[in-house]
Design a protein around this ligand. Structure first.
Ligand SMILES: *Cc1c(COP(=O)(O)O)cnc(C)c1O
Length: 398
């Protein structure tokens, strides 16, 4: 394997001994010419797979026209993408940035200013166990994973943590803490191991937020943009958030983040309160516009729902009664297979068998493939993965 030696790149990642060269659809090739089926999509980012024939020419045209101009000027493509996100979400206004953590950082600033505007000068935000919101100081403080926080204290204050899907815990916090201004959660936890908020729980939390005058802020950085078969995962629960950070899949690989706000949050930021140099640049806006347009044209919500259902059913069937498999769960093309033991080794084993995937929360195999994936490709994932999991479980200790 010709893996590059990289003495100059900072060693922040535990990387596999693979270097990818190019892709087409749901396949990627490494620099040795080996081909992989992409069950990971760059961590739920490559919505349209690789080298999509409709996306590539649009981006090429945009690069040749205007990549960046900064926010001293109007950027008409921002209004175009914002209008589309507003139409799809039923919310009202959008702020654009460049990544998931930036979108969450903006959401947290919104919550704080929302509090200050009400005369609460030490506002608190309710966050969750096993949550992941990013790796800036504020977003790692909101994150519920001690590994992400270790070594970076002092953490940002003003967070109150509760377990997911526990309405009693939430009501206790509501009764005890007068300075809470917002609830901040992932509609479906991604890094935490594919743990969905129950739809009924979300409706109860929405009602509590309304009763208390809190903002409901749903981090859909990973589960949004069609991944679950709806544009946004909370739409399954038939509710609306006040603030919704987006990123990963929105640009099909071009870095982009967005915070979509409803009427309660849309005017909290006034000129001068927040900003970014790169955010909303024409290239990323074009990537977002074309991603959403192609998703509609090519029926990718329907594809995510139907192929996702097939994939989940086939995995469940293939792994039924296999000792060591605790659960197969998820929505659409956001699927987790929880084992009874750490399974990080499966990353390289799967890659050697021609499949890219991820392992999160130590023991959950995560599949978040491009939304263009076909039934045949989903069947191929099952054909590779099921025997691999069985073999892994029979050869490793629980
Ligand atoms: C990936 C992720 C983030 C962080 O996004 P970055 O673009 O890596 O900063 C935040 N929230 C959730 C739910 C994510 O999955």
């Amino acid at each position: 394997m010709s893996v590059p030696v990289e003495p100059h790149v900072m060693k922040t990642y535990g990387r596999l001994p693979i270097a990818l060269s190019h892709g087409q659809g749901c396949r990627v090739w490494d620099t040795d010419g080996r081909v992989y089926l992409d069950g990971l999509g760059g961590i739920a980012v490559n919505t349209l797979g690789h080298a999509h024939p409709k996306l590539v020419p649009a981006l090429q045209e945009q690069v040749a026209k205007l990549i960046h101009c900064c926010n001293y000027y109007h950027v008409p493509l921002q209004e175009q993408l914002a209008a589309k996100l507003v139409a799809l979400s039923g919310l009202s206004n959008v702020f654009f940035c460049n990544s998931g953590l930036e979108a969450n950082e903006a959401a947290l600033k919104l919550a704080r200013k929302f509090g200050h505007d009400k005369g609460i000068d030490r506002p608190e935000v309710i966050v969750y166990e096993k949550a992941f919101h990013g790796r800036s100081i504020a977003t790692l403080s909101a994150t519920g994973n001690p590994k992400v926080q270790a070594g970076f204290g002092p953490l940002v204050e003003g967070f109150v943590r509760v377990p997911l899907n526990d309405m009693e815990a939430m009501e206790r916090v509501a009764a005890e803490r007068p300075h809470v201004v917002a609830v901040f959660l992932e509609t479906i936890q991604g890094e935490g191991g594919i743990n969905a908020a129950r739809w009924e729980y979300l409706r109860d939390v929405r009602a509590l937020c309304d009763a208390k005058g809190w903002l409901l802020m749903l981090d859909e950085v990973q589960c949004g943009i069609g991944r679950t078969g709806k544009w946004f995962a909370h739409q399954w629960a038939d509710i609306q958030p006040d603030v919704m950070p987006l990123a990963k899949g929105l640009g099909s690989g071009v870095p982009i983040g967005a915070v979509v706000c409803g009427p309660k949050a849309a005017t909290i930021f006034q000129p001068g309160n927040h900003g970014t140099t790169f955010g909303g640049n024409p290239l990323s806006m074009r990537a977002g516009i074309e991603t959403l347009r192609i998703m509609e044209e090519d029926g990718l919500l329907y594809n995510a729902a139907t192929v996702g259902t097939q994939l989940m059913a086939a995995l469940s069937e293939g792994l039924v009664n296999v000792p060591g498999v605790l659960e197969v769960r998820g929505y659409g093309l956001m699927i987790g297979i929880e084992l009874d033991r750490p399974c990080g080794e499966l990353l390289l084993q799967a890659a050697n068998a021609g499949l890219l995937l991820s392992v999160t929360a130590d023991r959950v195999i995560r599949l978040v493939p491009p939304l263009i994936i076909s039934s045949e490709e989903a069947a191929e994932i099952v054909a590779i993965l099921v025997p691999l999991i069985k073999e892994f479980l029979s050869e490793s200790a629980a």
